[in-house]
Design a binder for this molecule. Sequence first.
Ligand SMILES: C[S@@+](CC[C@H](N)C(=O)[O-])C[C@H]1O[C@@H](n2cnc3c(N)ncnc32)[C@H](O)[C@@H]1O
Length: 268
Amino acid sequence: MTNSHAARDIDTSRPHSARMYDYYLGGKDHFEVDKQAAENVASAYPGIFTCARENRAFMHRATRVLAREHGIRQWLDIGTGIPTEPNLHQVAQSVVPDARVAYADNDPLVLKYAERLMRSTAEGRTTYIEADVNDPQSLLDAPELADVLDFGRPIALSLNALMHFVPDAQDPYGIVGRLLDVLPSGSALALSHCTPDFDPETWQKVTDIYNNAGTPVQFRSREAVARFFDGLDLLDPGITVGHRWRPDTEPTSTDAEVSLWTGVGIKR
Ligand SMILES: C[S@@+](CC[C@H](N)C(=O)[O-])C[C@H]1O[C@@H](n2cnc3c(N)ncnc32)[C@H](O)[C@@H]1O
């Protein structure tokens, strides 16, 4: 992608997490500055491509399980990322055609491509809002949300590869708690989160690359990730490395390559 394609408010002078992630997934919606930062990450941690792929695969499986086995028909997906097929609503609507999905991200480039997230089935609905998870009240107050989601019925809150961009100083547990508070019983939290647990030295390098690029990150231990699920009933197999959460096929990658804790919990 060349800079001439950028909207005015897209900052191409420094790398952005959504565009670096697009590079890890083999997408085309990133700039040279993102590619360079992503390649720095990949030279410190070659597993990043596996991690990104397994993260998407977890989203697919968790979405299908919630739709098939837990009656979920609505999703609030925050930190959506640049559209990557199949997007969450396409996975959900392949199981339940009337699924409703509200997406939110704070990267203006995601907004630029948001119409790709709006290609819903006729029976279902989708919407996209530009919002920051660090301000959950403004996000929840967005009128587009109430147009698409019925807060009287269960909603799955999907926070995939997002909360490691919210350091402890920004009260990540309080934010997730506030989002879950407004959801009725039977709602769900599906969350994935990168971890230094399997190779702390490598992940310190990854942390330094993001922090030096102006994107604060805090990759967390299994115990710290488990805290996001406090008070929820965890579905089997609990909190596991991404490729071990109800895999469709026998996992072939190592835990260190994937380095991603994942889980799905249900609100009582
Ligand atoms: C690694 S991508 C994950 C994309 C997608 N959820 C997935 O798992 O495939 C992280 C996304 O979170 C978004 N993000 C980072 N900080 C955010 C914030 N404070 N509020 C909303 N979105 C944020 C980034 O713009 C990016 O699109």
